[in-house]
Design a binder for this molecule. Sequence first.
Ligand code: PLP
Length: 395
Amino acid sequence: MYDFTTPIDRTGTGSIKIDFAPEPVKGSGLVPLTIADQEFAVAPPIREAIKAAADRGIFGYTYADKAYRSAVNGWMMRRHNWDPSGFKLVTTTGVVPALSLAVAAFTEPGEGVVIQSPVYMQFAHAVRINGRRIVENPLKNVNGRYEMDYEDLDEKTRPDDVKLFLLCSPHNPVGRVWSREELTRLGEICIRNNVLIIADEIHNDLLMNGAQHTVFASIPGMAEHSVTCTAVSKTFNLAGLGCSNIFFADPSLSEKFKSLSDRFGSGLVPYFARAATIAAYEESAGWVDELNDAVYKNFLTLKAFIAKELPMLSVTELEGTYLAWVDMRALGLDNKALEKLTLDHGLALDEGYLFGENGSGFERWNLALPAAQLDKALSRLKAAVDSLKLSSFDA
Ligand SMILES: Cc1ncc(COP(=O)(O)O)c(C=O)c1O
């Protein structure tokens, strides 16, 4: 049994979530619900490995050596039934830089890159910052559950200048774990239309209630047409260590990607990230199982609270990630008013519109936090919504 209940004070550590929080909610009363890192202490074997690495006293250049590669491959085989040993591995300082590198490496300025909004905001950013064109294939909200729109995808990927598809799997922020059938269908459309798939699978281990993640590249016929992005950062709460694993089945793709990454960064594995990754993948599986249980319990608490106390709101079923997607459109507030309402009641959330226009009226909740902190946030949510009733009553 690991500890998923004790709050840890991160004030003054340079934490973006805590120290860079919006002014009205900054300070000791902050409930940490925004940016996607966890409020849980890292698994003990990882902390031990980092301490041992620190005790050596030399923090030199390190690379993806045999021990590193074996830990990564072993995890993928045991956890995801996928053997990446025949794939070329390129490490980057994060999946976000890898997305940007992929856009730059595999498309030309002005060409189209498909994203499925609402989606993690860095997807749109990676396209824009490289001077490429965003092609929207919005997800469909079918009674609160999100699905892909294949007809629209086929139409949008047919033009010759649409070259790349950024897949979020599992999906941040709508919490879907895409099924093998869904992924196959999307892959077939992209391959038919000559579109390369960049599969961001950073949330691959964060699976709720028995959901099963399918590695896109493990589907027959998909590996050569895709790039797989993974990392220890989300699963094991190691975002500050800066290391991701990008897999290529097609060596011509890895060469293009690597030559660009060599120009702007390095393919090294940071010293502490190497030690942490090996300890994570080889010794911390049990911790991940308990993490998923803790997050799913929090999700059930959130869902039950909304059903009982605030039935005009709703939350999308959480299949994967630790990020819940709450529909607050029934309050009838525009983006600014909704943000003000929550902040005024001490709640810093990730605003839905940041994930795309069709995210307006939603809020993303980070559920990787002790249950007592979530309870505090739920009381604040209730107070916020009740304040609206009062003011409309007064009016
Ligand atoms: C889908 C997705 N990709 C990438 C990242 C961040 O990747 P990194 O920290 O490795 O750059 C996140 C963080 O929330 C994410 O949700």
